[in-house]
Design a protein around this ligand. Structure first.
Ligand SMILES: C[C@@]1(CC(=O)O)C2=NC(=C\c3[nH]c(c(CCC(=O)O)c3CC(=O)O)Cc3[nH]c(c(CC(=O)O)c3CCC(=O)O)/C=C3\N/C(=C\2)[C@@H](CCC(=O)O)[C@]3(C)CC(=O)O)/[C@H]1CCC(=O)O
Ligand SMILES: NC(=O)c1ccc[n+]([C@@H]2O[C@H](COP(=O)([O-])OP(=O)(O)OC[C@H]3O[C@@H](n4cnc5c(N)ncnc54)[C@H](O)[C@@H]3O)[C@@H](O)[C@H]2O)c1
Length: 517
């Protein structure tokens, strides 16, 4: 029966990473073996002296002497050479001299390696693989040096070529972290957080981590969380990811330089975009999604083209709501917390689901839509952005529950998000889009189809249906937050008395324009 602790095997060597920086190392001999030893110790920043008659130096050792990488004593070994020396490496073709050197070192308690004479070695060399800060040494404990070399090569070939760089980046991050969390009692938290970074980020991401990324990442140390590199970058991008800053100003000029298709429209419009032109709205949304979120979108001509700033502000608000009301009240983004949301009536662009999935890489989404064309496009767009695997899709019918948990196969939702149909009927929709009873037409063209825009009771009717269904589900599921995009009548009605009749308080609403709803 094996014991509870590691079994002692005995007969090995103590493998260490000996720090010889600025220590004095004497190399006796200047042949081929000495040349190899010199490389090893210079790589460890030691101060090296070589004692050997000049006539015995091979080309490589002569080069090191010439380059002043080592000091040279041009004669045979003498006992006084050992004065003030921290380590001796002998590689001479004279067994008597070897034994004398070893004996003297032993007396003076100077650690020594006498090449090829294991009984006269305080330590053996091993076969070493080096990639930047990474060193791997293989030892066969004197059994088969050639085998050590073979094993080393096999290990090296199995390692990715960027391993050394990744380790070097981690080293810089650790240094920075120790600066901001220097107290000794921070130790365990610091180490846990560093381990998390190394486990959660892959080698490529660690290699690509810039100093700016590190500084952003370190901002999460306090909360003990580790966001993905993607999330770190988004946070850096133009502040678009920062939920506290509404995304209401778009710099068209800069966008035109980043996106070719939008650039053409921008120049053709002579720097005055025509928002009544569907192609313009489409190109703008596509360019913004690409530039700010790295998302690709295929938008059909006869379905809603989502205005991005508006949509993102709502999504950012929902993200903040979820994160600042986590069950354990830890603030901020927690990559270990699994969050599941439902996008009701996701539309052809699945815009809410895509923004949520892209900016919260451990969340998953359920999406529904009653319209086949929108549903198919949503699937295509999610697949295009490799977000389909984190999405459960369900094409619903008019008679189905708005929150069809049973069919989605989930028993817990953290939130619902929704862009409700705004109009009671098509006549109301047509009148509104033409700007009837208003001082001016809507500022941008609406390409939405009736199936997206119309339902009984309009947005308020839709919101009420969501609310009633979620109340029925309250006992079974923990759907903590119901939200809908501010529409035409729902916010006013909601902030009035109707919610109160359900025993629910309107917890707040996001800013839009000058109004607070
Ligand atoms: C790893 C490496 C590091 C280095 O020296 O830098 C190293 N030897 C290497 C190569 C190598 N050495 C020899 C051959 C010929 C083939 C063969 O004999 O197998 C080859 C192969 C080649 O040249 O390719 C001959 C040899 N070596 C020793 C003896 C004496 C004995 O065993 O009794 C004899 C027999 C002499 C004879 O029979 O006459 C002794 C030692 N050599 C050690 C290290 C230590 C044990 C490390 C371990 O076991 O893991 C140890 C104990 C002491 C020491 O020197 O530190 C380096 C590979 C570098 C690389 O990776 O490229
Ligand atoms: N461990 C290994 O991997 C390994 C491999 C091959 C050889 N060896 C052994 O290492 C030793 C050296 O091998 P090499 O190929 O470098 O030999 P080499 O003949 O190329 O070099 C011998 C060196 O020792 C110097 N020298 C001789 N006597 C000296 C003294 N008294 N004081 C100072 N310098 C002196 C010579 O000037 C010469 O520079 C040999 O004993 C050899 O068997 C070890």
């Amino acid at each position: 029966m094996p014991g509870p602790y590691p079994e002692i095997q005995g007969g090995g060597s103590l493998i260490l990473a000996w720090q010889v920086r600025n220590k004095k190392i004497l190399v006796v001999g200047g042949g081929e073996v000495a040349a190899g030893r010199i490389v090893n110790v210079l790589n460890a920043d030691a101060k090296v002296t070589v004692v050997s008659p000049r006539s015995g130096l091979n080309d490589e050792v002569a080069y090191r002497v010439e380059q002043k990488q080592v000091e040279h004593i041009d004669r045979k070994f003498e006992p006084s050479d050992l004065d003030g020396v921290d380590m001796v490496l002998a590689a001479v073709d004279d067994p008597e001299a070897s034994t004398q050197i070893y004996k003297l070192c032993h007396e003076k308690r100077i650690p020594a390696n006498i090449a090829d004479v294991p009984p006269e070695c305080d330590f053996y060399f091993g076969s070493v693989y080096r990639d930047g800060p990474l060193q791997i040494m293989v030892s066969t404990n004197g059994n088969g040096p050639k085998m050590a070399n073979i094993v080393k090569r096999r290990i090296a070939s199995s390692l990715p070529s960027n391993m050394g760089t990744a380790i070097q980046r981690v080293g810089i991050l650790r240094k920075k972290l120790r600066k901001i969390a220097s107290a000794p009692e921070e130790g365990p938290k610091r180490m846990q957080w560093m381990s998390k970074v190394c486990e959660q980020w892959n080698l490529k991401e660690l290699c690509e981590m810039t100093e700016e990324d590190m500084d952003t990442l370190l901002g999460f140390y306090e909360s003990g969380t580790v966001p993905s590199l993607e999330a770190v970058r988004l946070r850096e991008a133009d502040g678009a990811y920062d939920a506290s800053t509404p995304y209401d100003k778009v710099d068209f000029k800069t966008l035109a330089t980043k996106d070719q298709a939008f650039g053409i429209i921008w120049r053709e419009s002579e720097w005055n975009l025509n928002f009544q032109d569907p192609a313009t709205c489409k190109a703008l949304t596509q360019a913004l999604l690409k530039a700010d979120f790295g998302l690709e979108l295929d938008i059909p001509d006869d379905r809603l083209c989502p205005p991005l700033p508006n949509r993102w502000n709502y999504v950012a608000w929902v993200e903040a709501l979820i994160e600042y009301t986590s069950p354990d009240y830890t603030l901020g983004y927690d990559p270990d917390r699994k969050v599941v949301g439902l996008d009701i009536g996701t539309g052809a662009t699945a815009i809410y689901a895509m923004l949520l999935l892209k900016t919260r890489t451990n969340w998953s989404m359920c999406v529904t839509d009653v319209d086949k064309k929108s549903f198919d496009y949503a699937a295509r767009n999610l697949a295009l952005n490799k977000l389909l695997t984190r999405t459960t899709m369900l094409q619903t019918t008019e008679t189905m529950d708005i929150i069809p948990l049973k069919y989605l196969g989930v028993n817990k939702l953290d939130f619902t998000i929704c862009n409700p149909p705004f109009f009671n009927d098509e006549a109301e929709m047509a009148a509104s889009l033409e700007g009837k009873n208003k001082t001016s037409k809507p500022s941008a063209i609406c390409t939405g189809a009736p199936v997206e825009m119309v339902c009984e009771g309009g947005d308020l009717g839709f919101a009420k249906r969501i609310l009633e269904q979620s109340l029925l589900l309250r006992e079974r599921v923990t759907c903590r937050w119901i939200s809908t995009c501010d529409g035409k009548t729902a916010p006013k009605a909601a902030s009035g008395s109707s919610l109160k009749t359900y025993g629910i308080e309107l917890i707040g609403a996001r800013r839009r324009g000058e109004e607070t709803k």
